[in-house]
Design a protein around this ligand. Structure first.
Ligand SMILES: NC(=O)c1ccc[n+]([C@@H]2O[C@H](COP(=O)([O-])OP(=O)(O)OC[C@H]3O[C@@H](n4cnc5c(N)ncnc54)[C@H](O)[C@@H]3O)[C@@H](O)[C@H]2O)c1
Length: 353
């Protein structure tokens, strides 16, 4: 994973601790609570160093501020990261210990940050965290309908792909080639939706067991190494962030990038580079907001139909970003950041940002 350098420190509050039970480094980063108490998942992942874990928490929480603002949620941006060393795994006892440590840390923030699932944390883990804190969102049984943020995230990406193809002047997915890198919780669900609509899928995953789904859907399987150079109309990054480096942008053979991975751009000028290559970039924090929209709305008691409607409206936010970009001669990323910034600027009576 490549981390774009942070231009400045503008977070409201960051706490990094060694868990009292586990000794594992845990960071909670609250970037902004201007629109409400911060909401964002907890990631449990391996890092080269504890400092990389902190950097990831800083970047992910800043992205949550943009995501929640652009999605029209009354929620600020925050994120937690549990930092495991390279190759480190947890046995059941240690996993429980670190989840209790996380719960205590979240509880100590008294509701300023609400945690949820993210990569490496599932609903069983959330149940354990909830034994130590009230500030957990998306517990099993709390989301109406099909449940789980991945389905809502996939639906938001699906709506985004339609909006992007429309902006490219080639609406609809029938017969269009779409490459999905990462057939996990989101990528797998998205693959099913697009196949049902008649898209031609090309898929890759580092986990060979995902090939079963590829075969079931009649998708073409390519290696994870080749996925970026394989020609297609749309590239969907659905694995880890940081996939769009100066080098990979130069070799991409697609017309658009639309995917759920957080913080896809490893270089700050990545959006400009994509535009120079004539590749339409759908900003990740707009595209992947479905999960958090579902979580936030479920806590407010919304029903499934209303949540679906709001998740599908991600396509409209994207259309507005593309229009603004066209009108102003800026990238869609800058336009989407402008939409989020306008909401943040309108918020009153809350702390700075
Ligand atoms: N789950 C959500 O609701 C949600 C919400 C917002 C953003 N996201 C982001 O979307 C992405 C996917 O999330 P997910 O929940 O599906 O995760 P996941 O862990 O279920 O799936 C990721 C998949 O990517 C594969 N993978 C890992 N490295 C790869 C590589 N180099 N090349 C190809 N495949 C690779 C993994 O084997 C796995 O199958 C993540 O970046 C996540 O942060 C997810």
């Amino acid at each position: 994973m490549t981390y774009a350098p942070l231009p400045e420190f503008d977070h409201e509050h960051v706490t990094t601790v060694s868990g009292a039970r586990s000794g594992i480094t845990i960071t909670v980063a609250i970037h902004s609570s201007r629109l409400g108490p911060a909401l964002g998942g907890c990631r449990l992942s391996n890092y080269d160093s504890w400092a990389d874990g902190v950097t990831d928490a800083l970047q992910l929480s800043a992205a949550m501020t943009l995501k929640n603002a652009a999605a029209g949620l009354d929620a600020g941006g925050g994120k937690a990261v549990i930092t495991l060393g390279t190759g480190e795994t947890l046995d059941l006892q240690r996993r429980r210990d670190v989840l209790f440590d996380l719960g205590d840390l979240v509880e100590s923030l008294d509701g300023r940050y609400r945690t949820a699932e993210d990569v490496g944390i599932d609903q069983d883990d959330l149940r354990i965290v909830a034994e130590r804190t009230r500030h957990v969102v998306g517990l099993p049984g709390h989301t109406p309908g099909r449940g789980g943020p991945a389905q809502d995230t996939a639906l938001g990406v699906y709506a985004s792909i339609y909006a992007t193809l429309e902006a490219m002047g080639t609406p609809g997915v029938v017969g269009r080639t779409v490459t999905i890198s990462g057939l996990g919780q989101v990528g797998g669900r998205l693959a099913r939706l697009l196949t049902a609509d008649g898209a031609q899928l090309i898929v890759a995953d580092v986990d060979p067991s995902r090939r079963t789904l590829a075969d079931e859907l009649g998708a073409r399987w390519v290696s994870a190494d080749d996925v970026l150079v394989t020609p297609a109309e749309v590239f969907v990054p659905a694995a880890l962030g940081g996939v769009l480096t100066a080098t990979t942008i130069d070799v991409l053979a697609v017309r658009a990038v639309v995917g759920p991975a957080n913080n896809q751009l490893a270089v700050r000028d990545g959006a400009d580079r994509l535009a120079e290559r004539g590749i339409l970039y759908a900003p990740d924090f707009v595209v992947n907001a479905g999960g958090v929209i579902g979580l936030a709305m479920a806590t407010e008691g919304a029903d499934r139909a209303l949540i679906d409607q709001r998740v599908r409206a991600i396509g409209d936010t994207l259309r507005a970003s593309f229009r603004e970009a066209q009108d102003q001669g800026i990238t869609p990323l800058a336009a989407a950041e402008g939409i989020a910034a306008a909401r943040l600027a309108d918020a009153v009576g809350q702390p700075h940002k």
